[in-house]
Design a protein. Structure first.
Length: 218
């Protein structure tokens, strides 16, 4: 842990923020993610995206993952599906190959059938994760790539989680006044998550990440 992180941790412990933001639609959080993403310069490679032509990125913020993916595949087409507030703010960053949507069907209409459906730590924060999961699987993307999925060994469980405002989005921001962000999240039964991928082979998995490939049609 570097000096900055230690100082920030100590400050939060001694002087916890009193102001609270409720939910992901609040303008302060959206602007924080937008400005940090706009300034972010990615490094490294992303082999998963090598040679990929199209991706539907569910919960992709303001295009952070696209910035990294295009280093691997410069001509890749990328549709981000986000909350209405985030999609509206991120529209400023749209290009011929990057677009932002608040609706899965609208994203698919623009993108066509995606080669990859990608989602990183987003499904559990949707108001209706079961329906969202079904809709994403119904896209029949060639590959389904999930990272940081919140799964349980029992039923659906709803809870409230909190984070610090400046921890949202890539990189650091030392200028903003620190606040707490609270939002609901849902533990998703693993058995139902796996069963939703009917017609797919599970090719790789970890504790909270999964790679599915569409079975060849017969």
């Amino acid at each position: 842990m570097d000096v900055f992180a230690l100082m920030r941790q100590l400050q939060r412990r001694l002087f916890p923020p009193r102001d609270v933001i409720e939910g992901y639609e609040q303008s302060e959080l959206v602007e924080m993610v937008f400005q940090k993403t706009k300034a972010f310069v990615p490094e490294g490679d992303w082999p998963l995206m090598a040679g990929v032509a199209s991706v539907l990125d569910f919960g992709g913020g303001c295009g952070l993952h696209y910035k990294l993916a295009r280093r691997q595949s410069p001509e890749i087409r990328w549709a981000v599906v986000e909350t209405p507030a985030m999609a509206q703010r991120a529209a400023e960053l749209a290009t011929e190959r990057l677009r932002f949507f608040a609706d899965i069907d609208e994203a698919r209409n623009w993108l066509g059938a995606p080669e990859i459906m990608h989602s990183n730590g987003a499904l559990q924060y949707t108001p209706e994760p079961r329906l969202t999961l079904q809709k994403l699987c119904s896209l029949k993307a060639s590959r389904m790539c999930w990272d940081r999925v919140l799964l349980s060994n029992s039923g659906w469980q709803r809870e409230v989680q909190s984070s610090f405002l400046t921890d949202n989005g890539p990189g650091r921001d030392t200028r903003a006044k620190e606040k707490l962000v609270k939002y609901g999240r849902t533990w998703i039964p693993e058995v139902e998550f796996l069963a939703a991928h009917d017609g797919y082979d599970l090719t790789e998995r970890g504790n909270d990440w999964f790679r599915f490939s569409l079975k060849p049609s017969t």
